[in-house]
Design a protein around this ligand. Structure first.
Ligand code: NAD
Ligand code: 6OD
Length: 490
C-alpha cells in the first residue's frame, strides 16, 4: 500500500514540506497509471534550499560532534526500519521491480548506508608528522577535517534510495548539509526519506529535498548555484560532463559515478555452473538496469557453445512479472520511454549482424501485464567488437557473448572500451585470477562473484565511468575539507 503522502510529492526545504504550482506526473511503469503528482522546484526554491543548508551550517548542526551526527543518522535508520514496508512499496511502485529485491537490496542498503557511515565517521582520522628543520626548529604537522559545506547530490532512477543514502550518509557524518534531488522518474522513496529526517528530529536545513528534472529544471539550478561547495552525481556519463562544465567556473569539488559497458570474462577452467549463474545475475539483475551489469561477456572457446546454451536456458527460465508475483525474477523497465530505447538497440543489433540467441522483444502475457514496460532478457552473439551494441551502454537486460582464445587477447578486448567501471572474472586458477584482475582497466573487479559489497571499499570508475572514489575512507575524504596545521613546538 503506497503511503498517502506519495499522492502529492512535495519538496522538503528548511524543515518544511513545500508545495509548488508547477507539477508533473509520477507514472507507474507497470500499467501507466498515475501514482502521484510531483511538485517541481524552480531555481528560486533551489536557492531557498541552498540558503537553508548554508544557514544550518551555522546552527546546532554546524556545532555538532561526530557522535551527535552519528546518533541522528542512526535515528533516521530507525525510522526507515519502522516504516520499512512503506519504503519498499514506494520503491516498487516507482520502478516496477520485484518486492524481494526492494526488501533485500534497496531498502536494506539504505539502512546499511546510514548505519555504516555513522560508525565509520567516528573513526575518521588525520595525519600527524614530527620533524625538525635545518635550523633546528621542531615542527608538528597535523591535519584536521572540516565539512566541505553545502553538498548537492543528484541521483539516478535505477537504484533510487540506495544511491541517495550512499551519498547522503557520508556527506552528513562529515558535517556537511545537503540539497538532494532524486530522478524525476523515482520521486517517492526520496520523499519518504525526507519524512524520515523530519521524524528523526534532524535540524531544519540539514537535509533538503528538491524535485524536478535535469536540464532547465532543479538539476541544472543545483549545479549552477554558486552557493554549492561540492557536487556528487550518479547518472549518465553525458550528464556528468554537462554538470562538470556547469561547476567549472566555481571550481567545485565533484564526485561522479557514471555509466558502464562492463565485461565479464569466463575462462574454460571456471566452475561452469557458478559462472552461468553469476553471468545470469550480472546481465539481468534489476532488468539489466545496474551500472555494474555485464553487457559484454567473453567466453574461452572450448566452452563457448556450451556456455551460450546454458545461459540461454537460464534466461528463458527467468520469470518476468509483477513485483509481488511469487518467484518473480525480473520486473519491468523503469518506463515505456526507456523500453523504446532498449528496443531500439535490439533492432540495431540485428542490423549490425547479431544472432539473437534468445529474447529480443517484448513478452506477451495475454493479460493486463501487457500494459507494463516489460522486456525479454536477451542474448546476442556474432557481433564484431566495433559494433555500437558492443560499445554503447544499453542499460537493459541484454548481453553479447563472444569467444576468445588467449588471456592476452581477452584482456585487450575487455579493456577496449570508453568505459571502465567494473570487470568480472570467472576462473579457478588462482594465479590467473590475480594476474587478470589487476589488468582490468576498471575501478572495481569481482572474481567468481558479482555485485557483493563491503561499504568500506572504494567504489567508482575510470574513463567515462566516473571521477573519484566513494566508499569507506574515500567517501570521508571526498566530503571533508582537510587542512594542515604546522606548529613550531621547539
Ligand atoms: P541521468 O544522467 O539521465 O539522470 C541522473 C540524474 O541527473 C537525474 O536526477 C536527472 O534529473 C539529473 N540530470 C539530468 N540532466 C541534468 C543536468 N543537465 N544537470 C543536472 N542534473 C541533471 O541518468 P539516469 O538515466 O537517471 O540513470 C542511468 C545512468 O546512470 C546509467 O548510465 C547508469 O550506468 C548510471 N549509473 C551509474 C552508477 C555508478 O555507480 N557508476 C550508478 C547508478 C547509475
Ligand atoms: O552499491 C553501491 O554502493 C552503488 N553505488 C551501486 C551503484 C550501482 C549502479 O547502478
Amino acid at each position: 500500500m503506497l503511503p498517502a503522502s506519495l499522492a502529492s510529492l512535495r519538496n522538503y526545504v528548511d524543515g518544511e514540506f513545500v508545495s509548488t504550482e508547477r507539477q508533473f506526473d509520477n507514472i507507474s511503469p507497470l500499467h501507466g497509471r498515475l501514482l502521484g503528482r510531483v511538485h517541481e522546484a524552480d531555481a528560486a526554491l533551489v536557492d531557498r534550499a541552498v540558503q537553508a543548508a548554508r544557514k544550518a551550517l551555522e546552527g546546532p548542526w554546524g556545532r555538532s560532534t561526530v557522535d551527535e551526527r552519528a546518533a541522528w543518522l542512526h535515528k533516521v535508520a530507525d525510522v526507515i526500519e519502522r516504516r520499512f514496508d512503506e519504503f519498499v512499496a514506494a520503491e516498487v511502485a516507482d520502478t516496477g521491480r520485484p518486492v524481494t529485491q526492494a526488501r533485500n537490496l534497496d531498502v536494506f542498503r539504505a539502512i546499511a548506508n546510514l548505519r555504516t557511515f555513522a560508525d565509520l565517521g567516528k573513526v575518521a582520522h588525520g595525519e600527524c608528522f614530527e620533524s625538525r628543520t635545518a635550523q633546528g626548529e621542531a615542527l608538528l604537522n597535523y591535519t584536521v577535517r572540516k565539512p566541505l559545506g553545502v553538498v548537492a547530490s543528484i541521483s539516478p532512477w535505477n537504484l533510487p534510495i540506495l544511491s541517495m543514502t550512499w551519498k547522503a550518509a557520508p556527506a552528513l557524518i562529515c558535517g556537511n548539509t545537503l540539497v538532494v534531488k532524486p530522478s524525476e522518474e523515482t520521486p517517492s522513496s526520496a520523499t519518504l526519506l525526507a519524512e524520515a529526517f523530519h521524524e528523526a528530529g534532524v535540524p531544519p536545513g540539514v537535509f533538503n529535498l528538491v524535485h524536478g528534472f535535469g536540464a532547465n529544471s532543479a538539476g541544472a539550478a543545483m549545479s549552477a548555484h554558486p552557493g554549492i561547495d561540492g557536487i556528487t552525481f550518479t547518472g549518465e556519463s553525458r550528464t556528468g560532463s554537462t554538470i562538470m562544465k556547469a561547476v567549472a567556473d566555481g571550481v567545485k569539488e565533484v564526485s561522479f559515478e557514471l555509466g558502464g559497458k562492463n565485461a565479464a570474462i569466463v575462462f574454460a577452467d571456471c566452475d561452469f555452473d557458478a559462472a552461468v549463474e553469476g553471468v545470469l545475475r550480472s546481465s539481468f539483475a534489476n532488468t539489466g538496469q545496474v551500472c555494474l551489469c555485464s553487457e559484454r561477456v567473453y567466453v574461452e572457446r572450448p566452452i563457448f557453445e556450451r556456455f551460450v546454451q546454458a545461459l540461454k536456458a537460464g534466461a528463458e527460465k527467468l520469470r518476468i512479472g509483477y513485483p509481488d508475483e511469487p518467484g518473480v525474477d525480473m520486473g519491468s523497465l523503469i518506463s515505456h520511454k526507456h523500453r523504446a530505447k532498449v528496443l531500439s538497440y535490439f533492432k540495431l543489433a540485428v542490423e549490425e549482424g547479431a544472432t539473437v540467441v534468445t529474447g529480443g522483444g517484448i513478452p506477451h502475457f495475454g493479460d493486463e501485464r501487457d500494459d507494463g514496460a516489460f522486456i525479454q532478457p536477451t542474448i546476442w552473439t556474432g557481433l564484431p567488437d566495433t559494433a555500437r551494441c558492443v560499445r554503447e551502454e544499453v542499460f537493459g537486460p541484454v548481453c553479447h557473448i563472444a569467444p576468445f582464445d588467449t588471456e592476452e587477447e581477452v584482456v585487450r578486448r575487455a579493456n577496449d572500451s570508453n568505459y571502465g567501471l567494473a570487470g568480472t572474472l570467472w576462473t579457478t586458477n588462482l594465479q590467473r585470477a590475480h594476474r587478470v584482475a589487476r589488468q582490468f582497466d576498471t575501478g572495481i573487479v569481482w572474481v567468481n562473484t558479482w555485485y557483493v559489497r563491503d561499504l568500506r571499499t572504494p567504489f567508482g570508475g575510470t574513463k567515462l565511468s566516473g571521477l573519484g572514489r566513494e566508499g569507506g575512507r574515500w567517501s570521508l575524504d571526498f566530503y571533508s575539507e582537510v587542512s594542515n596545521i604546522c606548529i613550531k613546538v621547539g
